[in-house]
Design a binder for this molecule. Structure first.
Ligand code: MG
Length: 208
């Protein structure tokens, strides 16, 4: 797979998660970018940077774009989806708070596990009936449903396409449900979307 031109992420898209970090739901989707250099695949290690003392998991439903999207309707947006994958929006929570913007906290190498494969929508439950589960060392930490999203997937894609053209291969991370928590060296973190599969990544310490 060629690297995407961009990874667009949505913050605070589940009310309970917004609450657990002391935030309210935004009136419009809250967008940020992760660099494509952060991508790793299933089985690859998440490397904890020494610059952070608190790295957290955020299990998310990832949309992989299949067609160029510029100012698309919600219907056109759904038609332009190549498929879904599991993602982990790994975040250095301390640096996110300290920096005031999120580029460093969200952008370290290995901070965007994605996989284990891209599954087309025809093989999956409807977009508003997906489940997302995140486990650490086998213990469930996060469990959410796409139906709980403040901004559902078609609305998100349409909204983003009015700001930046989405290109084939681009990835959209659709936000995380409540239950985010720390990762330490030796952990194994799993993100599962039933029908898509399980994305599994070990966590290791040290600079790259
Ligand atoms: Mg996130």
């Amino acid at each position: 797979m060629n690297p995407p031109s961009k990874i667009v992420c949505v913050g605070r898209n589940y009310a309970e998660h917004a609450r657990e970090l002391g935030n309210t739901l935004p009136p419009e989707p809250l967008l940020f970018l992760k660099p494509p250099s952060a991508l790793i695949g299933d089985g690859d290690a998440i490397v904890l940077p020494r610059a952070s003392e608190r790295v957290e998991h955020e299990g998310e439903i990832a949309v992989v774009v299949g067609k160029r999207m510029k100012r698309v309707s919600e219907t056109e947006a759904v038609e332009g989806i190549a498929g879904l994958a599991c993602a982990n929006d790994v975040t250095a929570r301390d640096l996110q708070r300290k920096d005031g913007q999120w580029t460093r906290a969200k952008g370290f190498d290995t901070f965007c596990p994605l996989g284990p494969r891209v599954v087309p929508l025809r093989e999956l439950p409807p977009l508003d009936q997906l489940e997302i589960i995140c486990r650490v060392n086998g213990e469930v930490r996060q469990r959410g449903r796409s139906g709980e999203m403040a901004f559902p997937i078609p609305a998100l894609l349409s909204y983003i396409s009015r700001i930046m053209t989405l290109e084939p291969g681009d990835i959209v991370l659709t936000g995380t449900p409540s239950g985010v928590g720390p990762l330490v060296a030796g952990d194994v973190v799993e993100v599962e979307i039933p029908g898509v599969g399980v994305l599994r990544n070990p966590v290791v310490a040290g600079d790259l």
